[in-house]
Design a protein around this ligand. Structure first.
Ligand code: URA
Length: 198
């Protein structure tokens, strides 16, 4: 049932022309992971590598994120990984408001089908969208928030975007890399508590 809904949604995203990103994309990046994943990870938008291969977070920043997830005991295969917009914005710019709006139905339908307990909001764009705030990720991260979709509540944990970590590579305590690792560990603990055997 979930698999069916998501596979139809994927085909529809792959032939979507609801915004102008369709004109420049090579491949739409719908997302990947278990259809019944207890958690989703939502980034901003696909980059060049993702656009080429049609998979989320597989470029340089994705590899860093994946290795931090692995270190935190939260391997990426256990989560459903996607982005706010499914097609690459040219020059890797941030997605525009119109593009976010055009793509929102896909994300909402993904959340409604997967019904995650937790969403990791990666970077400013998803953190602000999920938490309905203009505040930045630096003040938002480090906490769990509650969100709701169609009477279905879930938690949101904002984390720094890995491209920011690539520009701030110190692994000293208190710096972005180590606080992100701590955020991911908190997310893993939350899931372990909620789902025995996670
Ligand atoms: N950055 C994102 O936000 N998402 C990706 O899939 C890759 C890079």
């Amino acid at each position: 049932m979930q698999a069916d809904i998501l596979s139809k949604l994927k085909s529809s995203a792959e032939s979507c022309y609801m915004c102008s990103l369709a004109e420049t994309r090579k491949k739409a990046v719908f997302g990947e992971g278990p259809f019944d994943a207890p958690a989703m990870l939502v980034g901003e938008a696909p980059g060049a590598d993702e656009d080429e291969l049609g998979r989320p977070f597989i470029g340089r920043s994705g590899r860093l994120l994946s290795s931090l997830m692995e270190e935190a005991g939260l391997p990426r295969e256990k989560l459903f990984i996607t982005n706010m917009v499914k097609c690459r914005p040219p020059e890797n710019r941030l997605p525009a408001r119109k593009e976010l709006e055009a793509c929102r139905p896909y994300l909402l339908a993904q959340i409604a089908a997967i019904r995650p307990l937790l969403v990791l909001a990666v970077g400013n764009v998803p953190a602000r969208a999920f938490l309905h705030t203009g505040e930045g990720i630096t003040s938002l991260r480090g906490k769990f928030y509650t969100a709701e979709l169609e009477d279905f509540p879930f938690m949101v944990r904002p984390v720094f975007h890995p491209s920011y970590l690539l520009r701030n590579r110190s692994v000293e305590e208190g710096k972005p890399v180590s606080v992100t690792l701590a955020d991911l560990q908190e997310a893993r603990k939350f899931l372990e508590k909620a789902i025995p055997g996670f």
